[in-house]
Design a binder for this molecule. Sequence first.
Ligand code: CA
Ligand code: CA
Ligand code: CA
Length: 315
Amino acid sequence: MGLQRHAIIAPILIFALTAGCGSGELGGGMHDSDAAAGGGDLVAPGDVAGTQQSDGGAPAPLDGTLSAADAGGGEDAAPATDGAPPAPDSSPAGADSGADSTPPSASNLAFEEQNGRVVVEAEHFFENDANGKPRQWYVWKPGAAGVKPDPDPEHTAGASGGSYIEGLPDTRVTASDTLTSGVNFFGNGGQGPIVRYRVWFNQTGRYYVRARAYSTGAEDNGIHVGIDGTWPASGERIQWCSGKNQWTWSGAQRTAANHCGEADKIYLDVTSKGLHVIAFSMREDGFELDRFVLTIDKAFNPSGAGPAESATRKP
Ligand SMILES: [Ca+2]
Ligand SMILES: [Ca+2]
Ligand SMILES: [Ca+2]
């Protein structure tokens, strides 16, 4: 219970999650400190696994309900469906207002890119896929119970829409904790649990990715991004080093030359107009994602909560 009670019990924006809520993972092993991420074997037996998600008794569980879609995927998943699917809502969520728009998960609605930019709340994915791993993306809302183990409290207070997603449980908190590839660390895009978003592009081009995350340590600060089921090298290892203990934007890529990330190296090439699926996959457990922006303007770097969320449309 620790977590939940800290939060501002303000409006319990429970937008019934439906199809998916999960949160995810942060996978990355080799981070700052990390030791080797190597391809280890999936050790971590049962302890870890998503088993924790539904710890009985806990009040208001993180609504990490798995999306019906991926229910079959991971063993861990035991969906805790709590609620009926929300009605699709195209109204953009207020950027900093704390307003919460209904996730378009129950429909085919896609966030629409306009003027070279699209902004999406991380909690508004249409699909939450554990990808067969003992980690899962969960949606945080004020007062949620959380999933253990997880060393830090919730951070809904400063999150846009009062909500964000996190990869849990988090068993690798410091570099001294065991790194188990495939369990609490996923070195490449697409290996770990995935959350997917529908985006409609009106123009093709190279879109730079800026994501807003909350890192409290050295093993919860990396994630991968991909498009249409592919995980290009330019989408691997988005990294956060500075801006600890607060919501911070990054579009930097962790490289051998700079473990803290090289600016503007994270991007996705959109080669056709229309509907595409943007996805984030866990690199390190304990990673927290609030929202993301795709922009053709390389010089654009969001501040604060960033621009208002993009409107949705039918594909
Ligand atoms: Ca945490
Ligand atoms: Ca971790
Ligand atoms: Ca958010």
